[in-house]
Design a protein around this ligand. Structure first.
Ligand code: F0G
Length: 398
């Protein structure tokens, strides 16, 4: 195991505490030797144990297993959605429901690994900037580990459920006058100045290793097969990379064959990566004032943009943007056709898939997994705003 810069290829020891490459400031990634991984794998248990993040511990960069902090993350349902498939116009559609994680989003998969690394490094305080889910998750795992937690949130823009979680789990929350991108700048500077505070945003290469398990579980739950395509919402753009990396590593050790076409969806008001993919560019132009009802992905300058572009290109995937109206419509379709309640960012995947099928950019005979990243109750205000009011008593229509 080693840390490797995705830009200049410099390699560093796995116990180094870097967030970015000390030589060129490029993004770092944890790399494994496939032969070493193959040796560590317990193939029999892989076939029999229930899916969970720590089922795949051979792929996790942990040096001291006694320090693992877990709330039972992962092992989320992969729903086959035939009614939704018919509506969208594809043959085989699944939704990976990440709302079933301990704090209601996929962030828990990363935090179990990230907080364990914080303990390995001897940190006493952890920090992040967040649109809400990262802060809720970090606050919960910090509480479990007995660490102090500081979170920077864009003032007035965090969904109520996420804010409530963050506060009740006991994080010190700071409302920043500015958006997520500005809050992330501030927390990065804080963690550079104060080496005793460990940064757990998605810049942290260790945290992302836990999120690879979404890819591992999809393959595991499909009987060690990979789907043709995986559709993921993109905000700070780490998750699409992590899922891609999961499929890549399973392929490298021979557990599965091939990598799904990674397809990233952004909101129309915050789509720097979609624009870059459509232009065929390697670099993206940040969006100055991102805006969307999907506050989780209201991000204009995604730090992991270069990783997302690589994942999409390397897997021959694509990217698409969707309007707030399309997101709201998809959220209701998921709830009313399949009983799956998701927050707006997650619904963007179904909205994007529908649009790509309509444009014939996706073939109708593909098998497709949409990753529903967060639970509907994360943003109850949005859910109520887009729904019909309850009727007065005595007016029930059957
Ligand atoms: N979906 C949800 C529900 C999210 O909370 C996020 C990111 C994403 C998708 C996008 O994932 O950033 O890896 O591309 N939320 C972060 C947060 C930014 O602070 O909770 P990404």
């Amino acid at each position: 195991m080693r840390l490797e810069c995705i830009e200049c290829g410099s390699r560093f020891k796995i116990h180094e505490r870097f967030y970015t490459c000390p030589k060129c400031e490029g993004l770092l990634e944890v790399e494994f030797e496939p032969s070493e991984l193959k040796r560590k794998l317990d193939r029999k248990r892989l076939k029999t144990d229930q899916p969970s993040v720590w089922k795949y511990r051979a792929f996790m960069p942990i040096l001291d297993e006694s320090k693992i902090v877990s709330l039972g993350e992962g092992g989320t349902p992969l729903y086959r959605c035939d009614r939704l498939a018919k509506e969208v116009g594809v043959r085989e559609l699944y939704v990976k429901f990440e709302g079933a994680n301990p704090t209601g989003s996929f962030k828990d998969r990363g935090m179990t690994v990230g907080i364990t690394k914080a303990l390995e490094f001897g940190a006493k305080t952890v920090a992040c900037a967040s649109t809400g889910n990262t802060s809720a998750s970090l606050a919960a795992y910090a509480a479990k580990a007995g660490l102090r937690c500081v979170v920077l949130l864009p003032r007035g823009k965090v969904a109520l459920g996420k804010l409530a979680q963050t506060l009740v789990y006991g994080a010190q929350a700071v409302a920043v006058r500015g958006n997520f991108d500005e809050a992330l700048d501030m927390v990065r500077k804080l963690c550079e100045a104060r080496k005793d505070i460990y940064l757990l945003n998605s810049l942290n290469p260790f945290r992302l290793q836990g999120q690879k398990s979404i890819g591992f579980e999809i393959a595991d739950q499909l009987g060690w097969e990979v789907p043709d395509r995986v559709v993921v919402p993109m905000g700070n753009c780490a998750n699409i990379w992590a899922i891609y990396k999961g499929f890549f590593e399973f392929d490298a050790v021979g557990l599965t064959r091939g990598i799904p076409k990674m397809t990233g969806i952004q909101a129309e008001g915050a789509k720097p990566i979609v624009d870059a993919i459509k232009r065929g560019a390697d670099k993206f132009e940040p969006v100055e004032r991102p805006e969307t009802i999907a506050t989780a992905i209201r991000i204009g300058n995604p730090v992991n943009g270069p990783k997302a572009i690589r994942a999409i290109r390397a897997s021959k995937g694509t990217a698409e943007s969707v309007s707030d109206q399309e997101i709201i419509k998809a959220q209701k379709l998921m709830a009313r056709l399949e009983g799956i309640g998701v927050e707006p960012a997650s619904a963007s995947t179904i909205a994007g898939l529908k649009k790509l099928v309509r444009k014939s950019a996706i073939k109708r005979d593909e098998s497709i997994v949409c990753v529903a990243t967060g639970h509907m109750l994360k943003d109850p205000e949005e859910a109520i705003k887009v729904s019909e009011r309850p009727r007065k008593s005595g007016r029930i229509k059957i």
